[in-house]
Design a protein around this ligand. Structure first.
Ligand SMILES: [Ca+2]
Ligand SMILES: [Ca+2]
Ligand SMILES: [Ca+2]
Length: 188
Protein backbone atom coordinates (compact mmCIF):
# COMPACT_ATOMS: atom_id res chain seq x y z
CA UNK A 1 0.00 0.00 0.00
CA UNK A 2 2.71 2.40 1.02
CA UNK A 3 4.65 1.48 -2.12
CA UNK A 4 1.57 2.11 -4.29
CA UNK A 5 1.15 5.57 -2.84
CA UNK A 6 4.82 6.27 -3.45
CA UNK A 7 4.53 5.15 -7.10
CA UNK A 8 1.40 7.25 -7.61
CA UNK A 9 2.97 10.34 -6.07
CA UNK A 10 6.10 9.76 -8.19
CA UNK A 11 4.05 9.56 -11.40
CA UNK A 12 2.06 12.63 -10.37
CA UNK A 13 5.26 14.56 -9.82
CA UNK A 14 6.42 13.67 -13.34
CA UNK A 15 3.10 14.55 -15.00
CA UNK A 16 2.66 17.80 -13.13
CA UNK A 17 6.27 18.86 -12.81
CA UNK A 18 5.33 22.50 -13.11
CA UNK A 19 7.03 25.66 -12.09
CA UNK A 20 5.32 27.41 -9.24
CA UNK A 21 4.31 31.02 -9.65
CA UNK A 22 5.74 33.41 -7.11
CA UNK A 23 4.81 36.91 -6.05
CA UNK A 24 6.38 39.79 -7.87
CA UNK A 25 8.98 41.79 -6.02
CA UNK A 26 9.52 45.53 -6.36
CA UNK A 27 13.19 45.61 -7.39
CA UNK A 28 13.42 49.36 -6.71
CA UNK A 29 13.24 48.58 -2.96
CA UNK A 30 16.50 46.63 -3.05
CA UNK A 31 19.45 48.76 -1.97
CA UNK A 32 22.64 46.95 -2.95
CA UNK A 33 24.95 49.11 -0.84
CA UNK A 34 22.94 48.34 2.30
CA UNK A 35 24.33 44.79 2.25
CA UNK A 36 27.83 46.03 3.06
CA UNK A 37 26.90 48.89 5.39
CA UNK A 38 26.59 48.57 9.19
CA UNK A 39 27.79 44.96 9.35
CA UNK A 40 27.61 43.78 12.96
CA UNK A 41 28.97 40.69 14.75
CA UNK A 42 28.56 37.74 14.27
CA UNK A 43 29.04 38.95 10.66
CA UNK A 44 32.14 40.74 9.38
CA UNK A 45 33.19 42.48 6.18
CA UNK A 46 36.24 41.79 4.06
CA UNK A 47 37.19 44.28 1.31
CA UNK A 48 39.59 44.28 -1.59
CA UNK A 49 40.65 46.63 -4.34
CA UNK A 50 41.07 44.73 -7.61
CA UNK A 51 43.03 47.48 -9.41
CA UNK A 52 44.94 49.25 -6.60
CA UNK A 53 43.34 52.48 -7.84
CA UNK A 54 40.57 54.34 -6.06
CA UNK A 55 38.34 52.70 -3.51
CA UNK A 56 37.69 49.06 -2.72
CA UNK A 57 35.44 47.41 -5.32
CA UNK A 58 35.03 43.88 -3.95
CA UNK A 59 33.32 43.03 -0.69
CA UNK A 60 32.57 39.83 1.18
CA UNK A 61 30.31 39.35 4.17
CA UNK A 62 31.15 36.37 6.35
CA UNK A 63 29.43 34.85 9.35
CA UNK A 64 31.95 33.99 12.03
CA UNK A 65 35.14 35.24 13.63
CA UNK A 66 37.43 37.40 11.48
CA UNK A 67 40.42 35.80 13.21
CA UNK A 68 39.23 32.33 12.17
CA UNK A 69 38.53 32.73 8.41
CA UNK A 70 38.61 28.98 7.69
CA UNK A 71 35.71 28.49 10.10
CA UNK A 72 33.70 31.42 8.69
CA UNK A 73 30.74 31.04 6.36
CA UNK A 74 30.44 33.19 3.21
CA UNK A 75 27.05 34.95 3.19
CA UNK A 76 27.45 37.33 0.27
CA UNK A 77 29.82 38.86 -2.22
CA UNK A 78 29.26 42.40 -3.51
CA UNK A 79 31.06 43.97 -6.47
CA UNK A 80 31.30 47.54 -7.77
CA UNK A 81 32.07 46.68 -11.39
CA UNK A 82 32.32 50.22 -12.80
CA UNK A 83 34.12 51.58 -9.71
CA UNK A 84 31.72 54.45 -9.11
CA UNK A 85 31.54 53.70 -5.38
CA UNK A 86 28.15 51.96 -5.73
CA UNK A 87 27.67 48.18 -5.56
CA UNK A 88 26.11 46.81 -8.77
CA UNK A 89 26.27 43.04 -8.33
CA UNK A 90 25.50 40.99 -5.22
CA UNK A 91 25.75 37.21 -4.88
CA UNK A 92 23.93 35.67 -1.92
CA UNK A 93 24.99 32.34 -0.42
CA UNK A 94 23.25 29.78 1.78
CA UNK A 95 25.54 27.15 3.34
CA UNK A 96 28.23 28.53 0.99
CA UNK A 97 26.08 27.67 -2.08
CA UNK A 98 24.91 30.50 -4.31
CA UNK A 99 21.15 31.03 -4.10
CA UNK A 100 20.52 34.38 -5.77
CA UNK A 101 22.24 37.17 -7.70
CA UNK A 102 21.04 40.77 -7.82
CA UNK A 103 22.37 43.07 -10.53
CA UNK A 104 22.27 46.71 -11.57
CA UNK A 105 23.41 46.21 -15.15
CA UNK A 106 23.17 49.83 -16.32
CA UNK A 107 24.79 51.27 -13.14
CA UNK A 108 21.95 53.71 -12.44
CA UNK A 109 21.73 52.59 -8.79
CA UNK A 110 18.52 50.58 -9.37
CA UNK A 111 18.42 46.78 -9.46
CA UNK A 112 17.35 45.44 -12.90
CA UNK A 113 17.33 41.70 -12.26
CA UNK A 114 17.28 39.10 -9.52
CA UNK A 115 18.12 35.50 -10.44
CA UNK A 116 17.34 32.55 -8.17
CA UNK A 117 19.32 29.30 -8.31
CA UNK A 118 18.48 25.66 -7.57
CA UNK A 119 19.55 23.90 -4.36
CA UNK A 120 22.95 23.00 -5.84
CA UNK A 121 23.58 26.59 -6.94
CA UNK A 122 24.09 25.47 -10.55
CA UNK A 123 21.04 26.38 -12.62
CA UNK A 124 18.79 29.43 -12.63
CA UNK A 125 15.22 28.48 -11.79
CA UNK A 126 13.64 31.94 -11.69
CA UNK A 127 14.51 35.47 -12.66
CA UNK A 128 12.72 38.75 -12.06
CA UNK A 129 13.76 41.54 -14.39
CA UNK A 130 12.64 45.13 -14.63
CA UNK A 131 12.71 47.38 -17.68
CA UNK A 132 11.01 50.73 -17.20
CA UNK A 133 7.48 50.12 -15.90
CA UNK A 134 7.49 46.45 -16.84
CA UNK A 135 8.42 43.48 -14.64
CA UNK A 136 9.00 39.99 -16.02
CA UNK A 137 9.33 36.75 -14.09
CA UNK A 138 10.89 33.91 -16.03
CA UNK A 139 10.82 30.30 -14.82
CA UNK A 140 12.92 27.32 -15.86
CA UNK A 141 12.40 23.67 -15.03
CA UNK A 142 15.57 21.56 -15.36
CA UNK A 143 17.21 24.38 -17.37
CA UNK A 144 14.27 24.49 -19.80
CA UNK A 145 12.35 27.74 -20.22
CA UNK A 146 8.77 27.08 -19.08
CA UNK A 147 6.90 30.20 -18.12
CA UNK A 148 6.97 33.98 -18.20
CA UNK A 149 4.73 36.20 -16.13
CA UNK A 150 4.57 39.87 -17.01
CA UNK A 151 3.49 42.82 -14.92
CA UNK A 152 3.21 45.62 -17.46
CA UNK A 153 1.82 48.34 -15.18
CA UNK A 154 4.11 47.80 -12.17
CA UNK A 155 1.30 47.04 -9.67
CA UNK A 156 3.11 43.78 -8.74
CA UNK A 157 0.22 41.74 -10.20
CA UNK A 158 0.64 39.44 -13.20
CA UNK A 159 -1.21 40.66 -16.30
CA UNK A 160 0.23 38.38 -18.99
CA UNK A 161 1.30 34.72 -18.87
CA UNK A 162 3.36 33.06 -21.61
CA UNK A 163 3.78 29.28 -21.57
CA UNK A 164 6.77 27.63 -23.25
CA UNK A 165 7.61 24.09 -24.37
CA UNK A 166 10.65 23.05 -26.40
CA UNK A 167 11.83 26.65 -26.60
CA UNK A 168 8.60 27.97 -28.13
CA UNK A 169 5.65 29.83 -26.66
CA UNK A 170 2.50 27.76 -27.12
CA UNK A 171 -0.03 29.71 -25.07
CA UNK A 172 -0.38 33.38 -24.12
CA UNK A 173 -2.93 34.63 -21.59
CA UNK A 174 -3.65 38.35 -21.42
CA UNK A 175 -5.31 40.41 -18.69
CA UNK A 176 -6.14 43.42 -20.86
CA UNK A 177 -7.47 45.71 -18.12
CA UNK A 178 -4.80 44.75 -15.52
CA UNK A 179 -7.38 43.86 -12.84
CA UNK A 180 -5.89 40.38 -12.28
CA UNK A 181 -9.10 38.66 -13.44
CA UNK A 182 -10.48 37.14 -16.65
CA UNK A 183 -7.32 36.36 -18.57
CA UNK A 184 -8.04 35.96 -22.28
CA UNK A 185 -6.14 33.34 -24.26
CA UNK A 186 -4.70 35.28 -27.22
CA UNK A 187 -2.42 32.57 -28.59
CA UNK A 188 -3.02 28.83 -28.49
CA1 LIG B 1 29.10 50.60 -9.50
CA1 LIG C 1 19.80 49.61 -13.10
CA1 LIG D 1 -0.04 44.27 -13.35
Amino acid sequence: MKQQIMIISFLTSICFAQVESQEFQDLSKIKLNSYIENIKAPQYLDVQNSTDKGKADMFWVFLGDKNKPTESELKLQAIDQNKDGKVDLVKHYTNAIINRIETDQDYDGKVDSVSFYDAEGKNIIRRISQAGKSLTQTYWYKSELRLQELDRNLDLKTDMIIHFRDGKSYKVEDDEDYDGKNFKVILK
